[in-house]
Design a protein around this ligand. Structure first.
Ligand code: DGJ
Length: 567
């Protein structure tokens, strides 16, 4: 016989057991969920704030001080043996390397990732991150990296056709070549997609813990050269159809914030919201370009989407730029490629593509950066001209535009000897990266780069920084630098070939003076001070010079304290 007291104790014990069980289930679930989250956020990803986008790698903002290899370098690991050391000596933290459809799927359905595994292993050994460039259906608009079985079967893998390639002025010899798969060929798209997905699955298998591979470029410089649109039968059929509702919806939703060039084209037909391509945008090359951008974007998006389903690394496309100063027409530069004026069409067509990256070979570097940061596109420069002072341009990209990557093209070229100034510039920027990333999206950081102009004024808080570049001619080195506000009256300034004087923006205290200037450097985020610069070294309190080729350092850094005063 149990007493009432014993029965109550039993019920109580049962309840305690029941609730602890529930509690432990909840804890397990929460842990599981947070584990799941942890795993998800651990994947390199892009983090958007209201004013900037950061690349997050191993939970920290990461700026790729990088270089892109020549196209063929990563096709042989033995060749790469002499490259890795140099990349480290140049202080790169990331290398952009091609992985080709041709090498990955030499026979249909049979994949070989030996080369990729070798690249990942070596990059890890040298403590470098990798951005992989998927040379699939298109590389510089041509289908030269398609596997043999794709190249040879032109019935199954259909090619683009051009009406009058000679009418346009493509300055690129291969504009005449017809080894160009049509973006309207679903068979090729699906084959490319499978290969790309297999590669992403493999990267997930071998690198999901290591995060050596941090981003992927999908295809390379897409678009059609030699005509404003594909004239193959498939393309002609699509051109006669109505503009897809997804594009129209996008245009309507973003009408107030569309890239100006596209807005202007659409305005010509009174912003029509239904009809064929010509009904919506009018007759002519602009419409052809929009049509091509939509279809190439859709094609690339399918591939990116399939890859992300396996392993959702951030993905981008790179752009062969249009030369505005030559009034180039679509087809003289790749029509339908992701040029900045087509950014909205690409966004609508390819939501799985995270950003559009300009390959900048032209001298008007700053103008290109401005175009490719429109409407929130984060700046990633996968290719910059290696012969045009990349060590200076990187300052501007990183400090003025919060660039997440800067990479001169052909980093394994013989021009890049270990003593190349790029190494110094990357060394300096890596030592400042903790400050730079903290300022992302704020007015606390500014970058500058000389292009023809002789002087420039930059305002930060109470102060005006008057920059006077040292060189007169365009042929000389261009002045470059950055300013980071550490506090309202304290600034970190670095760069080359300019002289600074200071002004006040404070109406009550209209003059600015120098309290102190200290040279130094950052080691592991700690300031290691050098001399106090005064007297002859700061024009007796009037200015601060950043000459190049100083005896002891190539890229000087100074901590400057200022104050405002009244006479
Ligand atoms: C741009 C391409 O994207 C690169 O792969 C390479 O071909 C360079 N041009 C060569 O300048």
């Amino acid at each position: 016989m149990t007493t009432k007291k014993q029965r109550n104790a039993c019920v109580f014990a049962g309840l305690v057991l029941f609730f602890s069980l529930i509690l432990s289930l909840c804890i397990n679930y929460a842990e599981g969920a947070s584990c799941g989250n942890r795993e998800r956020t651990d994947i390199p990803h892009l983090k958007k704030t209201a004013t900037a986008t950061q690349l997050i790698v191993d939970n920290e903002p990461f700026v790729m001080l990088a270089g892109e290899l020549h196209n063929s370098s990563s096709s042989n690991l033995e060749y790469m043996e002499h490259v890795w050391d140099k990349l480290v000596l140049l202080n790169l933290n990331t290398v952009l390397a091609a992985v080709t459809w041709q090498s990955v799927e030499p026979e249909e359905g049979k994949f070989d990732f030996t080369l990729l595994d070798g690249l990942i292993a070596k990059a890890r050994e040298y403590n470098l991150r990798l951005v992989l460039l998927w040379f699939g259906t298109w590389k510089n608009t041509i289908s030269c990296y398609a596997p043999d079985w794709v190249k040879k079967d032109r019935d199954r893998f259909k090619h683009a056709q051009r009406k009058s390639p000679r009418k346009l002025r493509p300055r690129w010899g291969f504009g005449e070549k017809l080894e160009v798969i049509s973006p309207f060929c679903e068979e090729t798209r699906d084959a490319d997609k499978q290969a790309f997905a297999a590669m992403m699955r493999h990267i997930h298998k071998v690198d999901a813990d290591g995060h050596t591979v941090i981003m992927i470029q999908v295809e390379n410089e897409t678009g059609l050269l030699g005509d404003s649109r594909d004239r193959s039968a498939l393309a002609e059929k699509a051109f006669g159809q109505s503009v897809p509702k997804e594009l129209i919806q996008y245009l309507r939703r973003h009408k107030g914030s569309l890239i100006q060039e596209l807005h202007t084209i659409w305005a010509r037909t009174g912003f029509r919201t239904s009809g064929t391509w010509t009904e919506l945008f009018g007759e002519g090359p602009d419409t052809d370009e929009i049509f091509m951008a939509w279809h190439i974007g859709r094609y690339v998006d399918e591939i990116a989407k399939a890859g992300k389903a396996e392993y959702p690394l951030p993905m981008f496309v790179n752009t062969w730029l249009m030369r505005e100063e030559l009034n180039e027409l679509p087809g003289e530069y790749p029509s339908g490629g992701p040029v900045s004026k087509m950014m909205d069409v690409w966004r609508a067509a390819a939501p799985n593509v995270d950003l559009i990256a300009p390959d900048i070979y032209w001298p008007y570097f700053k103008a290109v950066c401005a175009k490719y940061t429109r409407s929130g596109n984060p700046l990633l420069i996968p290719e910059a001209n290696r012969d045009a002072e990349p060590e200076r341009k990187v300052f501007y990209a990183v400090a003025e535009h919060d660039a997440i990557c800067f990479a001169p093209f052909g980093i394994d070229n013989k021009d890049f000897k270990p003593e190349h100034p790029l190494g110094q510039s990357y060394k300096l920027l890596s030592s400042l990266i903790h400050l730079i990333t903290k300022c992302h999206g704020t007015e606390k950081i500014r970058g500058f780069l000389q292009y023809k102009e002789k002087r420039l004024a930059i305002d930060i808080g109470d102060y005006r920084f008057n920059i006077s570049y040292n060189q007169e001619s365009e042929q000389d080195h261009s002045g470059c630098g950055l300013i980071i506000a550490l506090a309202p009256d304290e600034f970190l300034i670095a760069g080359l070939d300019f002289v600074l004087s200071f002004g006040s923006n404070n109406k009550d205290l209209p003059h600015a003076g120098i309290l102190s200037i200290q040279e130094g450097r950052f080691e592991e985020a700690t300031w290691v001070p050098g001399r106090w610069l005064n007297g002859d070294e700061n024009g007796h309190g009037t200015e601060l010079g950043f000459p190049s080729e100083l005896a002891t350092e190539r890229f000087p850094v100074r901590k400057v304290r200022l104050y405002c005063f009244k006479q």
